[in-house]
Ligand binder design. Structure first.
Ligand SMILES: [Zn+2]
Length: 248
């Protein structure tokens, strides 16, 4: 069983990013991925945002394959209401935050408020983390430190240049997990498992932008123990998603 814990489905004509659910599912089939957690490229600004409805529609069309996260601009006036609607009404499973996209510090007050709300639902908070200002490991880790009740997933394990800093932060803060998407080093996945434990490492592709077949192979090349590989490929994300509650 392989569950991709971070993939994209959206159509944004102005950016030239046209990835309907069928495009991702084709790549999942090629890679042997059973299910994928999906999110948009756009940030929702409130309830009934077209981006959220797009995810909801995709999940309704492929309920056996797709699991929805809402992606929100925390600084938008309707941010909390958008999260409530997504989790309570649409049964979405988590929150995606991309501080570079909405231009805000990960540890800004509006973001912390939204993270606290997500934590009440036990919903994971997936942060884009990488080599750019506003998404640096130290900045995302500060948000995790200020909101210890939230389960913070640092995507891309910090990107090309910041893997070590992400592992350092995760060593200090037990509420941090990492995903394997888009980093170029299979051995870094093994190091993550050895440093913070297999329970906190999640397989992700960030597809269709990154190729799921390649991302799966990268985890295999890390040559983990079979029981650890099973946790990374599906056990961990299953456990996280099962804990999400859909009312308060
Ligand atoms: Zn992504």
């Amino acid at each position: 069983m392989i569950i991709d814990s971070h993939a994209h489905v959206d159509e944004v004509l102005a950016w030239g990013w046209m990835d309907p659910p069928e495009a991702l599912i084709l790549l999942m089939d090629e890679a042997g991925v059973d299910r994928a957690v999906i999110m948009t490229y756009r940030d929702a600004a409130g309830p009934d945002d077209p981006s959220t409805l797009y995810i909801q529609e995709a999940v309704n069309r492929y309920p056996e394959r797709l699991i929805g996260y809402i992606r929100i601009n925390p600084n938008a006036a309707g941010a909390i209401e958008a999260l409530d609607q997504a989790i309570c009404d649409f049964k979405m499973k988590g929150l995606k935050l991309h501080p570079v996209s909405y231009v805000g510090f990960p540890y800004g007050e509006a973001t912390l408020r939204l993270m606290r709300r997500a934590a009440e639902y036990h919903a994971p908070v997936l942060f884009h983390t990488g080599d750019e200002a506003l998404a640096l490991p130290e900045e995302v880790a500060e948000a995790a430190r200020m909101c210890p009740q939230a389960r913070v997933i640092m995507a891309h394990m910090g990107g090309y240049y910041h893997c070590e800093a992400v592992l350092q932060a995760a060593k200090e803060l037990p509420n941090i997990l990492v995903d394997t998407s888009a980093i170029p080093y299979p051995w870094m996945i093994r190091k993550a498992v050895e440093t913070i434990g297999a329970q906190r490492v999640l397989f992700a592709s960030d597809g269709p932008g990154c190729l799921p077949t390649l991302e799966v192979e990268k985890v295999r090349l890390a040559e983990l123990r079979p029981e650890d590989e099973a946790l990374v490929f599906s056990g961990n994300i299953q456990r996280l998603l099962e804990e999400v509650r859909h009312d308060l």
